[in-house]
Design a protein around this ligand. Sequence first.
Ligand code: 0WE
Length: 255
Amino acid sequence: MINLAGKTAVVFGLANKRSIAWGIAQKLHQAGATLAICYQNERMRAEAEDLINELPGAGGFQCDVSSDSEIDTLFATLKEKYGKLDILVHAVAFAPAEDLRGEFLNTSREGFRIAHEVSVYSLIAVTRAAAPLMTDGGSIMTLSYYAAEKVVPNYNVMALAKASLECTVRYLAWNLGTKNIRVNAISAGPIKTLAARGIGAMGDMLKAAADRAPLRRNVDQLEVGGVALFLASDLSTAVTGETLYVDCGYNIMGF
Ligand code: 0WE
């Protein structure tokens, strides 16, 4: 059993019980980590705080990762409250809905900017704020998706952002290696979350993914949480800069 007692984790991206962030938070909590869980804004507050209250000892914090001042305020609070930080989970992505359908050619300049700022730059921003608190080294992780490498119709500008995110993971891993801070991505198979709800034909996509995957099913949030727990733990102390697939094997198939 993995023991994270005495470790502190900050998790970004909790919206509701279907959030990948929630699956990860539950696994880290089970392993004994102290959790600081962040949600984007006032609108998310009630639902997020209800969940956070299910995890004894966990703290809830509001932080929009597209705001440098909110990041600064959050990490000042975390430093005061917890002192040291060991684990950071970035489970945040956004592109305007109109850029996630229709012709890729019609990707807007603004949609491109927003997708990259919210889904990629935010990892750099929170990592820069967290690194000084990771005085005993640390483990940072983010969420990616297979469309970063192979075309998934309609994922469009988010695919570019995920490709950039995976590259960002490698550069951060290189930059922070000397501080014994590891940075990795989990490339999860499709999961029915709030972020996926807005997408037409998600049901068909989930079924197609399950049909083709070696394990013949979809992955769930707690299974992503299991791999996140591994990455957070001392079982993975030599793993950094990687993208780990948690997709029931879907990515290995050529036909
Ligand atoms: O990363 C994602 C979804 C990310 C996402 C979802 C939304 C929907 C609502 C980012 N931004 C928004 N913006 C919104 O306004 N996934 C891996 C799930 C997903 O999204 C798709 C997929 C899959 C799979 C979009 C098109 C095609 C496939």
